[in-house]
Design a protein around this ligand. Sequence first.
Ligand code: FAD
Ligand code: NAI
Length: 468
Amino acid sequence: MADQTYDYDVLIIGAGPGGYVAAIRAAQLGLKTACAESRETLGGTCLNVGCIPSKAMLHASEYFEAAAGGMMAKLGIKVSPELDLDTMHGQRRDAVKQLTGGVEFLFKKNKVTWLKDRASFVDAHTVKVGGETVTAKNVVIATGSSVTPLPGVEVDNAKGVVVDSTGALELPAVPKKMVVIGGGVIGLELGSVWRRLGAEVIVVEYLDQLLPGMDGDVRKEAAKIFKKQGMELKLGTKVTGVSVKGKKATLTLEPAAGGDAETLEADCVLVSIGRRPNTEGLGLENIGLETNQRGQIETGEDFRTAVDGVWAIGDVIPGPMLAHKAEDEGIAVAENIAGQTGIVNHNVIPSVVYTMPEIAGVGLTEEAAKEKGYAIKAGKFPMLANSRAKTNHEPDGFVKVIADANTDRVLGVWMIASVAGTMIAQAAQAMEFGATSEDIAYTCHAHPTHAEALKEAAMAVQGKPIHI
Ligand code: FAD
Ligand code: NAI
């Protein structure tokens, strides 16, 4: 039963992985719940234009490359593939439709009311959703994030010459030459898709290495692998302008450290320099809630904001902008609102780049562990020495386990391997249970599996791997 003073016990603004999961858990806990979402379908960035459609294109393009690039032939399967891009896009759209429809079904099943419009605060317990005004005892801000624009560069997804990630998922034809601005997760994933399908891809990254935030060894190895795959990397380089004439773009580049400018022509430019929190038009000024310097809403560990009755989760608050982080915060905030104890361990949030091979990590990087003052012991094991990876012709990458030299407790695990995204779950679970490297080393792993490389990397922490 809702508190009679309000229309709802909980109103969630935004139905991405943070918001929709919070809504379902709140309803499961017996709270009268509504979720405002202005998009035509539920699921937010992740299901509509993010995680899911990008993985649909990565999966399909991986098969295409396996057929076109010689892997199939290596396995004794002769094929001459022909790209049917319309069908590839069709299966992407279908995956999105099914999953967003699935969330709608779950809303109905759990009796979550979907308010289909934009929401903005009138006061802390009153929210305007389109023309309607609703009240709630608790309001959760789960409005997510959107693309960070590059000053002076105009994205026009419909035209398809300068695009953001949403436009890059929808290109109607394979560009001849694609320049990716930003060597982060989106640039490398979507750059990989179009490279596999035949585009010449050049990645321009401001920093002197790809994938900021990841372990240094992983970043270096990733750059080698992407180069070997045929991507051109222009590291330590900034884009100072992009002009478009008809179907062609001309970029002006400068060394980040200063120096002579150069120009580069492209048929398609992908702007992927990060994402920023969505707070515009939310009426935060009406409830006296300020954002921090990065535009994020600050919360306590229980996801309460500075305003009583108002909570926030997901991409709009500090932390990695990842769907599973948003989901876990969604569960925790609903449990806290219901009077339970909802906790998210922000020290153990895995991250995965879904390229081939995949790149994954959890916990501290070697650099961060040292910066925090830990004496560390690291063990590394190459995938080349893992029997399954070798047999599958997937020799690239390694697993690295970073342990506290004094206690042997695992501080971080980083890896590049064809199935690193799946393997990292074991590392996260081990760390959640406070495992030592010895715990992982003495856990029996099935043979032959890629996961044995994690066991061997853990054995390498004590200097005793078997297979190298
Ligand atoms: P969002 O998913 O952004 O959802 C917020 C929702 O709120 C949106 O639907 C928006 O329409 C709605 N909204 C905003 N303001 C209002 C308002 N005022 N009123 C009503 N509704 C409003 N993460 C991963 O973990 N794995 C991946 O593989 C991955 N791939 C990605 C690929 C791409 C191309 C992109 C762009 C992102 C990817 N991400 C991935 C990141 C992931 O999508 C986000 O971290 C995640 O969606 C954040 O969830 P959220 O609920 O906080 O916000
Ligand atoms: P990102 O933060 O991962 O990478 C942006 C890159 O652009 C950085 O390396 C940065 O140094 C560089 N950069 C910034 N300004 C630049 C400039 N002017 N010129 C050249 N380089 C510049 O951001 P990205 O790739 O846009 O992704 C946004 C978010 O979406 C990520 O933070 C990630 O959390 C999420 N995401 C997650 C995925 C996953 O989990 N697999 C997949 C895709 C996105």
